[in-house]
Design a protein around this ligand. Sequence first.
Ligand code: VGL
Ligand code: ZN
Length: 218
Amino acid sequence: MTRHIDMTDKIRPTESDVLMIIDVQRDFCAGGALAVPEGDDIVPVVNRLARSFENAILTQDWHPADHRSFASRHKGKKPFDEVQMPYGAQTLWPDHCRQGTPGAEFHSDLDVPGAQLVVRKGFRRDIDSYSAFFENDRTTSTGLSGYLRTRGLTRVFVAGLATDFCVRYSAIDARKEGFDVVLVEDACRGLDQGGSLNAAMTAMNEAGVRLVSSSIFT
Ligand code: VGL
Ligand code: ZN
């Protein structure tokens, strides 16, 4: 797929910009339960990026031990199978990011001491939550839109893991909620399950998510 980088001029984030760092957690990195290929590679990129921003927030995938998105909770199913949940199709995952476990911790090299908010998501046993804004039933809110609006943050730059799941849904929901959204492409990596990465890039593009490289930040 050809990738069209939308903004190539140097950019200096302002007080109404926020960097949203999605799920840079040990379970999504090398050796983790649901490792994203090259997931670790984004950590220095995100750290550098964060220094350009006055405002940064983090999300943290945060599941109870018996979360319904875990294949282990479904007899005869294995990770990456799909099941029907009351809210629709749900991909099943290996047990990951269990609350309070080392795998749920942020990557040990992630260095964003100025981050202002941690949004934990996926803590309801029966609903998964890819997006930082709405859970997978597409109606239960995390409250993030209200937080961003109340603080006057209008443009959201997105980085993190995984491009084709939590990054994708967070970026598109941010657009739906009326924010300007910019994906920092080299600050993300995807799982790429059966074409999911290309599908994600197309869906984000159609939703009006713009693309930049981390090299344009001053
Ligand atoms: C994620 C699958 C399950 C992600 C989280 O962070 O992209 N993917 N839970
Ligand atoms: Zn999860």
